[in-house]
Ligand binder design. Structure first.
Ligand code: NI
Length: 188
């Protein structure tokens, strides 16, 4: 287990195609170590999620975890540690919500991104067991952000109004309260 380097916008690894894992490959020490590295690196960097592309590994694995009073995203409802292998997301309903997002691979910047309010996630866990669950609100946004990474997409690509791009400092100073009030009523 180790903390890996997180690559940043402009690094070709973030735009690479990723490959699916065969269930038997999941049990190899190399892939299990990669999953541990993703968890360690996410926790060390204080992220809400981390995708393999962000540590320059072109495989379809991402991890998500939001602890209570999260250091970077204290307003996010908690999400237990989730390892997503070969995830697929299906929007449920038409509703979307604008979410102010950041990304460990886009240091310093945040921006408003439209996300599906509810998604059905299908994936394998780290033991290869199939999982299916509904995610709503900010958690749905987090899942969409991480799966986007596995398709070579950054949140920057989905910002519809570039005027919403802001530094973290400006978010705290000018936009945080209104955003937190706006998302407080979202389903969990
Ligand atoms: Ni990200």
């Amino acid at each position: 287990m180790s903390v890996r380097e997180i690559v940043t916008a402009g690094h070709p690894a973030l735009r690479q195609c990723t490959r699916e894992l065969a269930p038997e490959e999941l049990h190899t020490p190399a892939i299990q170590a990669l999953i541990d590295d993703l968890i360690d690196t996410m926790r060390f960097a204080g992220g809400a999620g981390l995708a393999a592309t962000q540590i320059a590994e072109p495989v379809r694995i991402a991890v998500v975890e939001v602890v209570p009073d999260h250091p970077r995203y204290p307003y996010k409802p908690p999400i237990p540690l989730t390892v997503l292998v070969n995830p697929e997301l299906e929007p449920v309903g038409e509703e979307t919500v604008e979410i102010n997002e950041g990304c460990l691979s886009v240091p310093g910047l945040r921006g408003e991104v439209p996300r599906h309010l509810t998604v059905r996630a299908r994936y394998l866990d780290r033991r290869g067991e199939p999982r299916e669950e509904l995610r709503r609100g900010l958690a749905a946004g987090t899942f969409q952000h991480e799966v986007d990474h596995l398709d070579g997409i950054l949140f920057l690509d989905r910002v519809t109004d570039p005027r919403t791009l802001m530094t973290w400092e400006s978010f705290e100073r000018f936009h945080r309260d209104a955003f937190v009030a706006r998302v407080a009523g979202l389903p969990r």
